[in-house]
Ligand binder design. Structure first.
Ligand SMILES: Nc1ncnc2c1ncn2[C@@H]1O[C@H](COP(=O)(O)OP(=O)(O)OP(=O)(O)O)[C@@H](O)[C@H]1O
Ligand SMILES: Nc1ncnc2c1ncn2[C@@H]1O[C@H](COP(=O)(O)OP(=O)(O)OP(=O)(O)O)[C@@H](O)[C@H]1O
Ligand SMILES: [Mg+2]
Ligand SMILES: [Mg+2]
Lengths: 163, 170, 163, 170
């Protein structure tokens, strides 16, 4: 059980540092186990140092900075346990324009090796997709799929956020 | 191996029969609040047969059946099929595609419901679904389906809860 | 104590229904006490019926629909216990373009009777404001206030979401 | 009665002395993630002297002192002043403006810190702050300061927690 945990923990930790450095354009992050002898007795601490700042605990980061760290953690797990299919539902919700673009580009890269579906309201994400579906309510309370449209055409786009 | 399409029949807000083709590469789904985007991710999770209905944001499984919306009739059952490619025979079934179908039907008599599983049209079980899925690599335990709100709850969880995520994927 | 509770509960409930109907362009919502005899023994249930849909419990609503209900609740409390100063920090985060615009217009109305500060990344909100400040990091880790600029000019705007 | 300005001196990411003029009407504050927007709302809450430091997202009050950022020196104290208009004498003090100032200073010797309150430059106490604020109507219990994440936690809370919100404002 302990071996099983560590066989995943070390690669996830390594990937996590790489992912965060990439998504934050040069920040650094690290994971620390509260109890390395017996990890199941303690928690997992994450420290992040956004570019140009001091190292901070997860609690002192801003809303957007926290969600970038959480996303890096998830992307690291996915990298260590790869799949042929990924779905991301509004993972870019807390991010400003620049961060949303970084995340969209990284997910675009994932889509080279696997099938990726994202649900998003953000232009930065929608612009990266190969195919775009709009969902809308036509009859009261009934969802319809507007079908494959090019990103430029879709009416919903004006709903989407830019940047 | 990839998902070819998802068929929704009276599943949540998708009244009637709706087919969503899934293409290889990068697909984005967008639309206003409440239009039904996250219901698509719920449909995929439903078809994979997870044990807990919390995953599909419903109180009980019958909440997944189309309630009629504003003016329509509430349906009595819902059906979701997940169709994926099997030309390379990753799954040891003699067919170029595998269709996993799950049905929930309200019972006429009591407040009960029936839950059925089908593989390529033949009656099956949750156990067989799990066997098939583990040989596809479509849904390992690697957090490959990130639901709405997951990122925010990871950002806010305690250090012990965060460590438990690694236990789960081991 | 019970009187004190009801002297607030009934007006908040009334305001809540008005607020939600307005923010959802015609939906209806209601509050119900689990135990009206002794409210402190039970909870407060909220049901909402987005336009054109059936009535639903809070749990079955979508992310954006839930946050519209929660926002209506807060705005109703503010109406019943008014103040001369309000601050809203990214309350429009989960909303699509149309909902974000509705909320921005409502907050703009509040600003007629009181001083209002909003923190937001959304164009819909920023466009409603009389004054706009940008905050940015100039020296590593140090926040600066870019100062009062007209919404059109601010560089940050391209970071902001539209709609 | 309105807030005229907020002065931040080594408060969180606002190193050095920064003044934010607050105007009547509708003001929007925008900027990238982590630029310091929510720290402004924390500064207002800090100046009002709430008892719990959770409100200001900090472990302990000394976490509020500017830590130097990337290259600078960590400060030893932080000061926040909230200046509001008093021309109508809502607050019974002979002055056209009221300046509430709060200071946190790290003690030289131990891990302790000192916390000071000032009204218009004269030493004061948390009790006097609360008296002054209750006569201004600036911060009733009506949820008039909505922090980042409050809306999401109300959307996700249980029905009992939701009812407790009404207890709080009574
Ligand atoms: N059994 C059902 N029958 C009909 N409609 C349902 C059913 N269950 C849920 N819904 C509807 O589905 C809607 C939620 O859809 P969903 O969560 O997919 O929205 P979304 O597009 O993801 O929105 P957001 O952008 O706010 O996240 C709710 O408004 C609810 O009315
Ligand atoms: N004592 C301190 N000294 C210096 N910097 C600090 C201190 N405390 C917090 N910070 C910094 O303040 C930043 C957070 O700022 P804040 O939460 O205001 O961001 P924000 O603009 O609201 O971002 P978002 O859009 O993501 O919500 C953190 O990155 C943290 O580095
Ligand atoms: Mg959704
Ligand atoms: Mg913030």
């Amino acid at each position: 059980k302990r071996e099983g945990f560590f066989s995943l923990y070390w690669p996830i930790r390594e990937e996590f540092c790489t992912m965060y450095a990439r998504l934050s354009n040069g920040g650094t992050a690290d994971m620390l186990l509260e109890n390395e002898q017996d990890p199941f007795q303690g928690g997992l601490f994450i420290r992040a140092k956004p570019k140009g700042k001091r190292t901070l605990r997860m609690e002192s980061l801003s809303g957007g900075e926290k969600s970038l760290v959480a996303l890096s953690f998830v992307l690291a797990i996915q990298k260590v346990k790869p799949s042929v299919f990924y779905l991301f539902d509004e993972v870019d919700m807390f991010l400003d324009g620049a961060n949303a673009e970084n995340v969209a580009k990284l997910i675009r890269e994932r889509a080279r090796q696997a099938q990726v579906i994202v649900i998003s309201l953000r232009k930065a994400m929608i612009m990266e997709a190969d195919h775009l579906y709009g969902i809308s309510i036509t009859k009261p309370g009934v969802s319809e799929i507007i079908g494959k449209v090019s990103p430029e055409l879709l009416e919903v786009k004006s709903e989407a956020h830019d940047g | 191996m990839y998902i070819k399409s998802l068929e929704l029949n009276n599943f949540k807000s998708f009244g009637g029969m709706k087919v969503i083709p899934f293409l290889p590469g990068f697909t984005a789904i967008t639309g206003p609040n409440g239009s039904g985007k996250s219901n698509i991710s719920d449909a995929i999770l439903f078809a994979l047969g997870p044990k807990s209905s919390k995953v599909i944001r419903a109180g009980k499984l019958t909440d997944l059946i189309f309630n009629g919306g504003g003016e329509g009739q509430a349906a009595k059952k819902c059906r979701v099929s997940l169709i994926f490619d099997n030309t390379n025979r990753e799954v040891p079934i003699e067919s170029d595609e595998i269709r996993l179908t799950r049905v929930i039907k309200i019972s006429q008599t009591s407040d009960n419901y029936y839950s059925y599983f089908y593989v390529n049209g033949k009656i099956s079980s949750l156990g067989e679904f799990e066997d098939i899925l583990s040989s596809t690599g479509l849904f390992g335990h690697g957090f490959n389906l990130v639901q709405q709100g997951d990122i925010n709850s990871i950002a806010l969880m305690t250090s012990t809860e965060r460590r438990k995520i690694i236990d789960l994927v081991s």
